[in-house]
Every structure is written in C-alpha cells, then in structure tokens.
Design a protein around this ligand. Structure first.
Ligand code: 5GP
Ligand code: ZN
Length: 133
C-alpha cells in the first residue's frame, strides 16, 4: 500500500488539516513554505488522467476551502497549486496529489526559463494537441 494510503488509513500517524469522505488534506513534511499542504483523494489513483471527474471536482472544492485558510488563517498573500503529474514531472508519490504552496510577494515563484516558438512551430503543436488520436 502506498504511503499516502497508509496515512489515510491511520497506519501512519498524521493530523488532517481538513478532510471529507473523499478528500484528505495534510501538511507536506518537506515544505517549500510553512503551511505547504497536500490535497489527496482518499481513494488511490495514480495520476490526474486516472482520477474520475467527480473526484477532481471534490479536490477543487477542498483546494478552495484550504486555500482560504492559508490566506486568512496563516496570513499569506496567495498560494501556488502544483501537481507533479508523472515521474518526468517530478512525481515521487504515485497517489495523485495537489500541492498548495503558500506564497508571499517577496518569495513569488518565478517560472523556469521559457522557450520561444520559431516560425510555424506553434501552429504544428496546436494541430497535434487539437487532434483526438
Ligand atoms: P511529489 O514529488 O510526488 O509531487 O510530492 C510528494 C510529496 O510528498 C513531497 O513533497 C514529500 O515531501 C511529501 N511526502 C512524502 N512522504 C511523506 C510523508 O510520509 N509525510 C508527509 N507529510 N509528506 C510526505
Ligand atoms: Zn495510495
């Protein structure tokens, strides 16, 4: 059983920040900022594509509730919502989860260096992404 399932089942002690029948929210043990939360479905789904829409909707609701707490109760200016979806994207725990990373004006996350499309490249990518196969 994965580490998040063990936490949700009570096999590993963890204090919930917020929970419902379907969603569990707790502190990340290695926070980018104090108050860094992880929002996870109680049922095990490996990644976003495997997670049913109804569950994604419940996750969105939890993000709004806990996001408000991060701002109002901890006094942050905002927060980043981050999902590392897949190993290549930095996913280490393969039970899908949403990072809520509290941010301040001074610590604002800067996106990694961006790239530039050359002539025609953007159109090619658009066509590929619009394709259903
Ligand atoms: P990922 O890289 O998969 O997006 O993020 C996994 C996160 O889970 C990491 O930020 C890591 O600190 C956190 N994490 C891993 N194991 C535990 C644990 O046992 N307890 C808590 N609270 N967080 C964990
Ligand atoms: Zn799991």
């Amino acid at each position: 059983m994965c580490i998040f399932c063990q936490m949700i089942n009570g096999e590993i002690p963890v204090t919930p920040i917020w929970e419902s029948d379907d969603v569990f929210v707790f502190l990340d043990q290695n926070p980018v900022n104090f108050g860094h939360c992880l929002v996870v479905p109680k049922k095990h789904y490996e990644n976003i594509e495997e997670t049913p829409e109804e569950v994604l909707k419940l996750i969105s609701g939890a993000i709004k509730i806990v996001g408000k707490k991060i701002k109002n109760n901890l006094g942050y200016d905002g927060y980043n919502v981050v999902v590392n979806n897949g190993e290549v994207a930095g996913q280490e725990v393969f039970h899908t989860h949403w990072h809520l990373i509290p941010m301040t004006v001074t610590e604002k996350i800067i996106w990694p260096k961006t790239k530039s499309y050359h002539d025609g490249e953007m159109e090619t990518v658009i066509q590929k992404l619009r394709s259903d196969n």
